[in-house]
Structure formats: C-alpha cells, structure tokens
Design a protein around this ligand. Sequence first.
Ligand code: PLP
Length: 445
Amino acid sequence: MVLSTFIAVAIAWSGPGMRAPVSRVAGAQMVAADIAVGVKRNPNMAKLQAGYLFPEIGRRRNAYLAAHPDSRPIISLGIGDTTQPIPTHILGGLEGSAKRLGTKEGYSGYGAEQGVGDLRAKIASKLYNGLIEPEEVFVSDGSKCDIGRLQLMFGNAVVSAVQDPSYPVYVDSAVMMGQTRPVDSATPQGQHPGIVYMACNPSNNFFPDLSNTPRADVIYFCSPNNPTGATASREQLTQLVQWAKKNGSIIVFDAAYAPFIKSAGTPKSIYEIPGAKEVAIEVNSFSKYAGFTGVRLGWTIVPSALKFADGTPVRNDWNRVMCTIFNGASNIVQGGGLACLDDEGLEEISTLIDYYLDNAKLLRETMEALGFTVHGGADAPYIFVDLKGKSSWDMFSHILETAQVVTIPGAGFGPGGEGFLRLSAFAPRAACVEACERLTAMFKQ
Ligand SMILES: Cc1ncc(COP(=O)(O)O)c(C=O)c1O
C-alpha cells in the first residue's frame, strides 16, 4: 500500500466498537506498531503467565552475548534439540521420496490426513509389536502439534491433570483452550486454577500419589519424563491405567523419549499395560528417535476401544480434527519415517540414542562428582540436578555468567521444578565434555 493511502485509511477508520487507531506520524513516517485493530484479545491468551519457556531461555542467552561480546562460545545443555546428523539409511529414505516427486510416476500431491498406509502399518508392527492396529495410528508433523490438536478436540470443559514439573505444552495449551480460570491472589505460586498439578519429586520417586489426586478428565503423563528424566515402571503405569479406569479419565501418554529406554522390563508404550487401550491415547515422534526435530514427523495412537461418555469413539473425533485442520504429514518426510523403521534404520536409531545416552552418563557423573544429587540420565536424555533449595533461575544465570553454559531452570516446567536444573544430553560430545570441564572448574572453586 502506498504510504499516503495507508495514512488516509488509518485516519478515516473509526467503525463501531473499534478502538480508534493510535497513529503517530513522525515526519513522513507512520509507526505501524502503534496501530491497534478493533479485535478483542482472546482472554485465555492473557491468562498465560509468561512467554513460552524455550524462547525465553534464548532471549536471556542473547542478552548475555550482547552484553559480553567477547565471551567464549556458549555451550547449550538447554533446549532438548538433537545435534547429530541424520544417518545414511534414513537420509536415503528422505532423498528417495524427494526425488520421486520429480517424476511423473512418483509425483504425489495431498496425501491422506492420517498418513501413508505403509507407514501406519509399519509403526503398528515395528514399534508396537502389533499391540495396536494400523488404523489406530495417525501420522502427523510432530507430537507438540498433536498435543495442541488434542486440546482442541477435548475443548474447554475438561479438567486436565499434569505431572508437576512437566513439559510446558500441556499446561500452556490447556490455558489457551480456556480450561483454566484467571490467576488470583488465592492461586498457589506458579499454578493455573483449574489444572490438577500432580507433584512428582524425589520423595515420591517422581510418580504422583494417585490416591490423593482429585479426579481429572485428561491426565498428561510423560515417560521417560521431560524434565525429570524419570521413567515409570510397569507397576506404576498399571496403577495409572487403573486410576484412569476408576475415574473414567483419558490418559495422554507422551512417549517422545521411548527409545531411550534400554532397561529390560520398563514399558516403552502405555499399551504394554493391559486395559490401556480403553483409557489411553499415546503421542510419539521421530524427533528424538532419528534427529527429526527439524524434519517434523510424529504420530498419535487413538485406539478404537477408547470412547467418550456418550459412546462416541474418540478416534472418530480425532479423525475429524485431523481432516479439518491438518493436511497430512509431508510426503517427503514420511519416506524418511519408513526408512527409520527398516532394520537398518532401527539400527541407526539405536546407535544415535546410545551416543546421547553416553553424554547423559557423562553429565550425570560430573554433577555427582561435584556433590550434587542427580536424577534421570539413564533411560532418558535429561539430567535433573537437585540445587539443594537454591533458586533455579538464579542458578541458570550464575552458570551462564560463570561457565557460559546454558541450562534450563526447573521452575520453567512448573512450580514443582523449582530447586532443580535440567541438563540436556543432546549436545555434541565435544561440547558435553567441555561443559563438564567448565562446570567442574566453576563448582570446585
Ligand atoms: C515431552 C515432549 N513431548 C513432545 C515433544 C515435542 O516433540 P515434537 O518435535 O514431535 O513436536 C517434546 C519436545 O521436546 C517433548 O519434550
């Protein structure tokens, strides 16, 4: 738009109910940022107490760098983002499907919203050992997106329960949906009224006391856990499924870190627990399996046996959501997913996971040697360090300023995370080694 027309439109605009645009003309320049439209802000957005955690960490890191331009390079043990290249066989799958798009025979446009049939079948057989059926698998662009879409399906009338601390997406998306009330003076610090917070800490071995947990409609449960690194045992998951059955609740089981489980007997999927198909949805993703954080491919299992109170299969509504606001995962990327599940791909995934688990061991041993009590870091890529009552944001800043290492303050995962620091094992090995040296130098002083 030509600037003069833009100014004229802005000055003439004064529709009913609209807030008059605040325009400022500085010389010939209009400051567009000062213009407000007449649309009311979604009040649920205003209920969010802070920006999303990970961009906030990035903001603080950049602020440090701006204030200390001569700083040695910062090492990130922060956001759980993969760093190792995609292995050869899996990459071949991506390349192959990209190349097919350049041929008349191989070209494809929109695909099925639920994902390519072969990939759904392969996920069911290779990752779930036939415990679930291909039509119960919904392929997507990642589990974070699926959690948001699940909230849309559940709507604003449900009560959600979360582990405290937990991956922030469960709470933030519940707030955005309108499941919570505004924070008031009676609200416990850091909580949203309307959410059931299930304390998970060393005193209960990071598994909630279900006998004292109020009923919730939807319970988000993550194992191996982000951020605590705790994995739930078969007995614990059996208790969870029984609790959901007794209360008529739905479990949303987040298994994004399942391949990190190497201990025999620890379930990788909620469907290893008898009866789970009547009460549980599982979200999962290739992000951490195969370094697909940027590639984007995940899946959600909605068993046919899972039904809402009126008897409607949850699967039907999930299918409706996916068909309406999702247009299918990228055809290129699904080729990569198929390669992940070939024997060679599974072998490559196992090697990648072992690499990150070795990093986790290094971080855990270093922090233990420095006298900290440490949780997680075995069967999980996260190390949860007990700060002995110190503030986690203070410790985050102290480590950034002294060792130039980025960590994540536990408080960012909910009030129950205060007093802990999360370290991620997804950095390259050399960076992990150097971070351990820097932390040792810092804490040994
Ligand atoms: C517990 C948990 N669930 C889901 C996700 C999101 O994964 P995706 O990349 O599939 O969106 C993450 C990402 O870090 C996570 O930690």
